[in-house]
Design a protein around this ligand. Sequence first.
Ligand code: AMP
Ligand code: MG
Length: 427
Amino acid sequence: MPEPTTPLIERPWEDLERMLDVDTALRRVLSAFAPLESISLPLLEAANMVLAADVFARDDVPPFRNSAMDGYAVRAADTVSATWSEPAELPVAAHVAAGQGDVPQLVAGEAIRIMTGAPLPEGADAVVRFEETNEPGSAGRSRQESVLVYRPARPFDNVREAGEDITCGAPIAYRGHELRPADLGLIASVGEPSVLVHRRPQVAVLSTGNEVVPPGVDLKPGTIRDSNSFVIGALARSWGADVQLIGIARDTVRDLTNRLDEAIGVDLIVTSGGVSLGDYDLVKDVLKSEGEVAIWQVRMKPGKPLAFGRIGPTPLLGVPGNPVAAAVSFIIFGRPAIRTMLGHQVTDPRTVEVVTADGIDNRGQRRHYVRVRLERGDGGPALAKIAGEQGAGVLSSLAAADALMIVPEEMERVPPGTCLRAILRDW
Ligand code: AMP
Ligand code: MG
């Protein structure tokens, strides 16, 4: 991890002057990450991962001249006089199937029956589709002796040239490119069974809180169930990380320390809870004593406190405990960190322009990520409707949302009809 240029230890002052804006906080977080080492993976395992080296074609695609249709290979010149009323009749000299290696030569004035993907016989320059031919007296016979051609073929009709798609030596995809399905197909078609990509980051997810219990355990008075582990874990996995959930730490120095120790060595630890100003918000103390971790106040809503730094060699991102604050903070800071480790060149979220259907108050100079549902606009930008209660703990409105609409810090009052940008859901 590169040395940060700004001091990591800062105190969580409440005054605005001391609060970081989202972009500054994000820059600080991202300065700690770089693409991970490259590994060779079988093609399917590399889907959606990022190439760590350029790939060049070692063959032509297609590798040989072949037929694009089922029909007859001919010399176009032998069909020039063909019409529907007076077809050209050519003797059928041979049959060629796809996969056939030795293909007879075409003699002038003859035709060779040919299937899609079969090598074009030497001497042929066109293929006439079955639909434009007929086999006289072929009924009940497996092999006809001649074919009637009803339309003149032009040279190169229905012929796929060697190297027409990719020429040997040409670049297929460059390093830094995300491997989409068609890329994998191209790489397979030039003969590579595996590919060099940046490995997936290992992400350990830890929930904290004396009140937090896992699902499947009966609630006792005062306890709530852990939802953060699953939201954060599933987000990280959806962005391409390998995720381990390392449980729920009590709010004690000892338990927190032990659990964090277990996770050291992964590429990123994500904790939730314990970073605000409450009496039992111990994460910040433990982080500070165990490693080099700053708690920042970030000018965003939901999610104000954010911890970032490292425990030993391992980067740690501490998001707030409230479920939506945890999720939004992880989307804003965790996603680009994971994408950077995966080697993606673009780490900004995908945004679209929307028109807000509702008025929104945004006092406090924080960037507000509003959970919205998108509806089709009248040909213009989508219409964004508030997806439900916007409290930092109301996860159901995040579950219902298609997007996070961004209300800029300085916009105190957003009237309905205002154009804003929204982060499209990829969670
Ligand atoms: P904290 O940031 O630890 O002060 O927690 C803020 C709020 O989020 C409290 O109401 C916690 O009970 C709740 N909370 C903390 N961790 C979780 C979790 N893993 N799952 C669901 N809610 C949580
Ligand atoms: Mg807590």
